[in-house]
Every structure is written in structure tokens, then in C-alpha cells.
Design a binder for this molecule. Structure first.
Ligand SMILES: [Mg+2]
Length: 195
């Protein structure tokens, strides 16, 4: 059986603007070139597109699972205008301040959601990528054994400075979504030629 390659994305402040605990599907606004980039990765290069998101707003009582699902559906509705979509959304509703350790195990930087998704969608993690805006996204990717891309839309360098202190650096730092996709596609193609 041929395994799939995947790109795992954080959701808030990676795919869509994040007002903080996004609780209305009508407020979903994707960053520039997100639909076009996902269409390239999925429709041209056959990557599975998977979102892995911490949604502790649920355990905090600020969100419900239904709202998170509705926001995810709104993201896919935007992507479908460009004939593409997210294949699967995973989220962790728990937080260590409110929940038992055995529940919080899904929360990034744990690789739990990535590993679950890989089992479910037959993914080869050695040919896959994780993209996010926070250190926890990059650490999740490193913990899962995928290549990592940090997206820093505001160029504030907070995430990269914190990762450097921990001696954990992403494979690439991008300032916009097109850069993310360009890196992944060229890295993927290079590895196809080498192998
Ligand atoms: Mg984020």
C-alpha cells in the first residue's frame, strides 16, 4: 500500500486570522493565498491536508464543540470556492489547568493528534510537514518526526526566539503563506529526486 504525504496545519493565526477563541463561523477570514496554496499542495501534489488545533476554549467554557465544527466548516466552504478542502480536522479541547493529564495528552506540543491522523489517513510522517505560528506547533511537529515550518506573519520573531532558546529550530521560517507552500513543494521534490 502506498502511504500518503501530508501537510499538518495549525488553524488559528496560521490559516485564519485569530481574534482569540474564534466563536462565530461568520468571522472566519483566511490569510492571503491560503486557498491557492492549499489547492497547490492538495490538488497538484496530492498531499493530504490536515488541521491539528488546540481548542482549550471548549474546556474554558468559551466555545463549544459545535462552534469549533462550524468554524471548521466555514474554512472548508472558503476553500471549496477554490476547488480544494481540508481532508480532516483534529482538535484538542483540553487544558492542564482544567483537565486530567490523561485527557491533556492530545494537546500540542504532544504529537498525539498528528500520530492519530497518520494512522487514520495512512500517512508517511517521514515525508510530511507541520506548519504553525507557535513554538508548540513546531515542537509538535518535531515530536512527531515531520519537517516543520514556522509562519511569522507579523515578523515579531517571538516564536523563533523562544524555539532557539530551547535549541529547537524549524526547517524553514516563512513570512507568508506562499513562502510556506514554495518551501514544502521544493523540499518534497528534492527528496523525490534523491530517493
Ligand atoms: Mg496558531
Amino acid at each position: 500500500m502506498n502511504l500518503n504525504s501530508a501537510v499538518f496545519f495549525d488553524r488559528d493565526n496560521t490559516l485564519n486570522y485569530d481574534p482569540g477563541y474564534l466563536n462565530d463561523p461568520n468571522d472566519v477570514v483566511l490569510f492571503p493565498n491560503v486557498p491557492e496554496g492549499i489547492a497547490r499542495l492538495k490538488n497538484e501534489y496530492k498531499f493530504k491536508i490536515i488541521v491539528v488545533s488546540n481548542q482549550s476554549g471548549i474546556t474554558r467554557g468559551l466555545l463549544t464543540a459545535e462552534i469549533v465544527d462550524a468554524v471548521n466548516d466555514a474554512i472548508n466552504a472558503e476553500l471549496q470556492k477554490h476547488s480544494t478542502s481540508v481532508d480532516a480536522f483534529f482538535y484538542c479541547p483540553y487544558h492542564p489547568d482544567f483537565d486530567a493529564p490523561e485527557k491533556v495528552v492530545c494537546r500540542k506540543p504532544s504529537p498525539y493528534m498528528v500520530v492519530k491522523a497518520a494512522e487514520k489517513l495512512n500517512i508517511d510522517l517521514s515525508k510530511s510537514y507541520m506548519v504553525g505560528d507557535k513554538p508548540s506547533d513546531i515542537l509538535c511537529g518535531i515530536n512527531a518526526g515531520v519537517k516543520t515550518v514556522l509562519i511569522d506573519y507579523n515578523n515579531d520573531k517571538d516564536a523563533i526566539n523562544s524555539l532557539k532558546k530551547a535549541d529547537k529550530t524549524p526547517n524553514f521560517i516563512a513570512s507568508n503563506f506562499s513562502n510556506v507552500c514554495d518551501f514544502i513543494i521544493s523540499d518534497y521534490r528534492e527528496n523525490l529526486i534523491e530517493n
